[in-house]
Design a protein around this ligand. Structure first.
Ligand code: PTJ
Length: 267
């Protein structure tokens, strides 16, 4: 396959174009080397989930939207993969839910922070927190560079959204009694298990849906938002995601194929 041309009729055109975007942003310094591996792991789980947003993920998305809208100090934490894949949606979500945006990287370098800040600014973001010296706060429970946070952002946040995360920070934020919203295709990951609301879905589908639902809910009163949050159980939601994978694998084992007839005919 030519790196720059993806045939639109290719049965996996969408997946290939997402890879292409990640590679471009890897070359431009936004995505970390490990971000490419992380995406591969995500893709594998997306196969198992059927590459669509299930009812279960939609319920988590609704709870996440309500939680952001109900928060006093919501912050959306942005890493390389999230910026590359859904930078525009992050900016929109921040506008709808009045959340702050903070760059927070596992593989931190000033160059990457600035590249991500620039991408977000070009997508329409106002102030982007956590860049350079602004990340002067510390979360001592975290061993990695992710401990460096902005005193105006994650340090004082009551709700932190951490799309595409590694587990240590989610655990630490949860210990600090912050509500954590994660987007993770792997329902078994430590992030998924420690978050308050885990959206088990591909970030490229989940974020636009989250923006749409937040727009719908933004004028609801607090009691309604709190009822939506109270109605959500992360444990039950993760169990349902695992059951979904289980069901799909059983059905696929019966059928003996994953391909649709049109995919089989493709050359
Ligand atoms: O940009 P940095 O320096 O902050 O680094 C970011 C990465 C992603 C490299 C870092 O956070 C990392 O190493 O993460 P992990 O531990 O590999 O975890 C990433 C999780 O995201 C895995 O559980 C994947 O299944 C999941 N994932 C990958 N791609 C997607 C995804 N979840 C949702 N949508 C995706 N597109």
């Amino acid at each position: 396959m030519n790196e720059t041309t993806i045939k639109t009729k290719h049965p996996r055109a969408e997946s290939l174009s997402i890879r292409k975007r990640l590679i471009q942003h890897y070359k431009s310094g936004i995505v970390a080397d490990a971000g490419l591996f992380a995406h591969g792991r995500g893709e594998a789980f997306d196969y198992l989930l059927g590459e669509k947003t299930g009812d279960n993920a939609l319920k988590a998305i609704k709870a996440a939207a309500a939680m952001l809208l109900n928060a006093e100090h919501p912050v959306i934490s942005v890493n390389g993969n999230a910026a590359a894949l859904v930078g525009k949606d992050i900016v929109e979500l921040a506008q709808v839910t009045k959340s702050k945006i903070e760059v927070n990287l596992f593989y931190r370098s000033t160059k990457r922070e600035i590249a991500i800040e620039t991408l977000l600014s070009e997508a329409g973001a106002g102030k982007v927190l956590g860049v350079g010296k602004a990340a002067s706060g510390r979360i001592h429970e975290i061993g990695s560079e992710r401990r460096r946070v902005d005193p105006e952002g994650i340090l004082v946040a009551d709700v932190v959204m951490v799309p595409l995360e590694d587990g240590d920070r989610t655990e630490a934020l949860a210990k600090m009694k912050k509500n954590v919203i994660a987007v993770d295709l792997n329902p078994l990951s430590r992030t998924a298990q420690f978050a308050t609301v885990t959206i088990v879905d591909n970030i490229v589908r989940a974020m636009p849906a989250l923006v749409r639902i937040a727009q719908k809910l933004k004028n609801e009163d607090r009691s309604r938002l709190q009822a939506i949050i109270a109605d959500f159980s992360n444990k039950e939601s993760l169990s349902e995601a695992i059951r979904l994978i289980n069901r799909r694998l059983s059905q696929l084992a019966e059928k003996g194929t994953y391909l649709t007839p049109s995919q089989k005919g493709w050359t």
